[in-house]
Design a protein around this ligand. Structure first.
Ligand code: HEM
Ligand code: ZN
Length: 181
């Protein structure tokens, strides 16, 4: 996982729980003197260990923490890659362009990123079936990113996690229903 993702988590933890909480997390789950550099890659296990501990501290399910983190990450990533967001005029076109535009661009900007495979299919206006698969099974983080995108465009979004890799399926199916304000 790229450092930019860790740095998003770092910012979120420091904002909510303070610097000493983040330092305690690092002491426990990262090698000594760890400093995350956006463009560098770090072990996925390190991110999972940090997220797990945040869930324990907050006494919340890991799925909720990953969702919250994803929501925050959307703003964090788009702030750092403003050109990407400018290519989309609305929520729907952004969701339809995650794989073909956003992550394709990410693959040019970062050296060997580990990206999920996402296929977004419009069913009708206001409804998209999003198929997600990744070795990292970060589908709840994907949910959060989608909510973050909805918040950015002021679009109310409902996500039904119809099937999930965590239940043994090869891909997750997320049914998105959105519209209104
Ligand atoms: C990684 C989904 C938008 C940049 C990921 C991951 C997920 C994801 C779930 C974690 C890796 C995995 O699952 O294997 C989404 C969704 C988006 C979205 C659902 C929109 C709703 C964006 C945007 C940017 C971005 C707007 C940048 C401006 C990245 C980067 C990574 C990543 C840099 C990390 C790659 C790595 O660690 O090697 N994305 N993403 N994504 N995404 Fe996205
Ligand atoms: Zn899932």
């Amino acid at each position: 996982m790229k450092g930019v993702v860790f740095r998003g988590l770092e910012e979120l933890v420091i904002k909510n729980q303070g610097m000493s909480a983040w330092e305690a997390l690092l002491d426990k789950h990262a090698p000594q003197n760890r400093v995350y550099v956006s463009a560098q890659s770090y072990p996925d296990e390190e991110l999972f260990a940090l997220a797990n501990e945040v869930a324990e501290i907050l006494d919340k399910p890991l799925t909720d923490v990953l969702r919250l983190f994803g929501e925050y990450l959307f703003g964090y990533l788009t702030e750092r890659h403003q050109g990407i967001l400018q290519q989309f005029s609305d929520f729907q076109s952004l969701i339809l362009g995650i794989d073909s535009v956003i992550h394709t661009e990410v693959a040019k900007l970062y050296h060997e990123p580990n990206l999920p495979t996402i296929n977004s299919q419009q069913l009708e206006d206001g409804r998209i079936l999003l198929r997600y698969s990744s070795r990292r099974k970060l589908c709840f983080c994907a949910e959060g990113l989608i909510y973050g995108a909805g918040a950015h465009y002021g679009v109310k979004t409902k996500i039904e996690h119809m099937q999930c890799m965590h239940d043994g399926y090869e891909q997750c199916h997320l049914l998105l229903t959105f519209g209104g304000n």
